[in-house]
Design a protein around this ligand. Structure first.
Ligand code: UDP
Ligand code: MG
Length: 325
């Protein structure tokens, strides 16, 4: 059997603190995999610099000069984890039989990549890395994540539980992934939709090895909200449902008070009036806001803007021909 060409794609945003260690460990791993004849010696690690403001790109570039297995893509600006990952995946697929995506912070166990390759050789097009436990995450992150999976499931979105973007995809799966043209691409939701034969590998997730999380609470919430509204219109349906319920309730109340009036009992009514005005007003604002969210999405999608722009590419074009900055 001919060994598959593997590319490991690593999106990096301001990761200068952890990058030397990441490069070191990944390099060791692929050299082992090559010597065990599990993967081809054309295997590469592709670092995608997502518009970092620190020395990330310089490190990637220089490592590429020393090491033929290290290559880099420099994006023209920060486009976020998902889009940076896509840039790497699409570039990598041209010359790879399979591609593994992994974060730069060494939270995921890189040894698992070996199992990914075995599962790929068994005929799986997609292999998901799934965290066994999440006790290295804060309680807050754990519970919000759990809530997120539950909500998504209720809305009929098929997510792989406790799977982040640590996975292997075959060339074929990546080619099909390119057919999903949406600008708001939520990979964790899209990849299961491909429907190919897939498998799961369980692993323990570690602490971030160095540097800080690039997903503070605000970004995390935005990511979750984006995930929900990209995949489902049920929030709009829910608002519609609330609208109907409050409409019929107000009809009943109206009838009740009219009846009281007919019996000669006048209501002072100020409280109920104000409360219902605020209630309905609030509901309407929520509904309009929610619809606005979807309209905004349609607006964004309709422009078909590119998801990322590659500034420097030492992956497809050999490194020495590039200038550094
Ligand atoms: N990342 C990126 N662009 C961004 C934010 C993050 O490429 O705008 C990368 C980051 O360098 C890391 C990965 O995405 O490799 C995951 O980010 P992080 O580890 O900070 O997220 P967390 O694990 O805390 O959710
Ligand atoms: Mg992390």
């Amino acid at each position: 059997m001919i060994e598959p060409v593997l590319t490991i794609v690593v999106p990096c945003y301001n990761e200068e603190e952890v990058l030397p260690e990441t490069m070191n460990q990944l390099d060791k791993l692929i050299k082992q995999l090559i010597s065990e004849q599990l993967v081809s010696n054309r295997t590469k690690i592709l670092f995608v610099d997502d518009g970092s403001k620190d020395r990330t790109w310089e490190m990637i570039y220089k490592a590429g000069l020393r090491n033929e297995h290290v290559r880099g893509l420099k994006l023209s600006r920060n486009v976020g984890h998902q889009n940076a990952l896509l840039a790497g995946l699409f570039a990598a697929k041209e010359i790879s039989d399979c591609v593994v995506s992994i974060d730069a912070d060494l939270q995921d166990d890189i040894e698992v990549i070996r199992e990914f390759i075995h599962k790929f050789n068994e005929g799986n097009e997609i292999v998901y890395g799934v965290r066994k436990r999440r006790d290295t995450d804060t309680f807050f992150k754990r519970s919000t994540a759990q809530g997120f999976y539950k909500i998504m499931k209720k809305m009929g979105v098929d997510l792989v539980y406790n799977h982040a973007d640590f996975r292997l995809m075959s060339k074929r799966a990546l080619m099909e992934l390119e057919g999903f043209k949406e600008v708001n691409l939520f990979l964790r939701g899209i990849v299961p939709l491909l429907g190919f034969r897939s498998d799961i590998v369980y692993y323990d997730r570690k602490e971030r090895q160095a540097g800080e999380t690039k997903y503070p609470l605000k970004k995390m919430l935005a990511f979750a909200f984006d995930g929900v509204t990209s995949f489902s219109v049920s929030p709009i349906r829910f608002v519609l449902f609330i609208g109907f319920v409050s409409f019929f309730l107000s009809l009943l109340f109206g009838l009740y008070f009219l009846m009281l009036k007919a019996l000669g009992e006048t209501q002072t009514g100020w409280t109920s009036l104000i409360t219902s005005i605020w209630l309905i007003g609030g509901l309407q604002l929520i509904a309009i806001g929610l619809i606005g969210e979807y309209v905004g999405k349609i607006y964004k999608e309709s422009k078909h803007r590119p998801k990322f722009i590659i500034d420097i590419d030492t992956f497809s074009i050999p490194a020495p021909r590039h200038h550094l900055i």
